[in-house]
Design a protein around this ligand. Structure first.
Ligand code: GLY
Length: 370
């Protein structure tokens, strides 16, 4: 079973092909895009060990030669030094305007390679071959590319849409359970922000999905990509609606900063905890029913995910400390915290009208749930 989601951005439209085995179409799909019959791949050591031979085989079947730069795995790779290394390597490979760069990996490689493609010769085409669930449902779609700064995550970057995305759901089989569930945090986010029926379906099918049910995986990735495509088509550069995709992220970014962006908390885990907190805050502000945050928390718990701040190992700042970290988030506008809250499951909205005291109380109570 495979599916296709079309991202309809005039002049920059592209397809996302989803399903087990779509990686094997990489050669035929990329050859059909024209350009030099030699492609450059940016990947990381883990993905290269597991899957690079399969990709290069698929490319050569279609008559494409390829060469790969293998970067270290992990968030620290999204830095100036690795960007410089990647861009200089691509220039050394004589990549020209009409050529294609392949991003083969999770969110780190997708963001870095996409940004390298955005600035190389003022922009070359790139193809996203996402290998993690998080990258398949979120970071490979929509054209946000970039690296981190010592001042914060994703502060340096560009909007640069890929020309094609191939999300091979068979590759998800090599993820650790922790990485899979972190990506699932982003899947749940889509149901919570805009599709109550999808959330209902996830409540029923989530365990099968985690256990490897391929049809369920394809369906979940497809629905997530379709929702993201719909939002990106309305608001490519996040002037409005695209911020809905940040449900849970204001809390998440504070928690990621508090844990030094280390593997104490993976991004998708922070998103899941952040979504639960956003619903808690919404209920306390009388925007949604008290049952909604309980339902969100129950599903995350059933999936064996982190749900509470206190599920994060080690010490954390107090409520005021976390609130101060939120103030440094790039989603702060004119000093006002911007939140994505909800009137119910599937009914998220953007607001700056959130009393800091309400946030402080939610954080304080969450920290006390030890
Ligand atoms: N990950 C959020 C966005 O792409 O806008």
């Amino acid at each position: 079973m495979t599916s296709t989601v079309h991202v309809n951005l005039p002049g920059r439209e592209y397809d996302i092909h989803i399903g087990p085995g779509v990686l094997d179409q990489a050669g035929a799909q990329i050859a059909a895009m024209g350009g030099r019959r030699h492609v450059c791949i940016l990947t990381d050591e883990n993905v290269a060990t597991l899957h690079l031979a399969q990709l290069q085989g698929a490319l050569s079947v279609a008559g494409l030669t390829s060469v790969a730069l293998t970067l270290p795995p992990g968030e620290a790779t999204k830095c100036w030094a690795q960007l410089e290394r990647s861009v200089e390597w691509l220039l050394g490979q004589k990549v020209e305007r009409g050529d294609i760069v392949i991003a083969f990996g999770g969110g780190v490689i997708g963001d870095l390679a996409g940004f390298a493609a955005a600035i190389l010769r003022r922009g070359v085409r790139f193809v996203q071959l996402p290998t993690s669930l998080l990258a398949q449902v979120d970071s490979s779609v929509g054209g946000k590319t970039g690296i981190n700064s010592p001042h914060g995550k994703n502060l340096i970057g560009a909007f640069h849409q890929p020309s094609l995305v191939l999300a091979d759901t068979a590759l998800l089989g090599t993820l650790t359970s922790r990485d899979f569930l972190a990506g699932y945090g982003e899947v749940v986010k889509y149901g919570l922000l805009g599709d109550a029926d999808f959330f209902d379906w996830l409540e029923g099918q989530g365990s099968a999905l985690a256990a490897g049910d391929m049809d369920a995986r394809v369906r979940a990735v497809t629905r997530s990509c379709q929702m993201k495509a719909d939002i990106v088509q309305r608001d490519e550069t996040e002037q409005g609606d695209r911020a809905l995709l940040n449900l849970g992220h204001t809390f998440c970014h504070a928690l990621e900063a508090a844990t030094d962006y280390s593997d104490r908390l993976l991004h998708g885990e922070g998103v899941a905890i952040g979504c639960a907190l956003a619903f808690e805050l919404s209920a306390r502000m009388g925007l949604c029913s008290q049952e909604d945050p309980s339902r969100v928390r129950a599903h995350l718990r059933d999936m064996g995910m982190k749900v509470d701040i206190t599920d994060i190992a080690g010490d954390l700042p107090d409520a005021d400390g976390l609130l101060a970290l939120m103030g440094q988030d790039k989603k702060v506008l004119d000093g006002t915290l911007r939140f994505i809250l909800a009137r119910g499951i599937g009914e998220a909205f953007i607001t700056s009208d959130v009393p800091p005291d309400a946030v402080r109380t939610v954080l304080h109570d969450a920290l006390a749930r030890r």
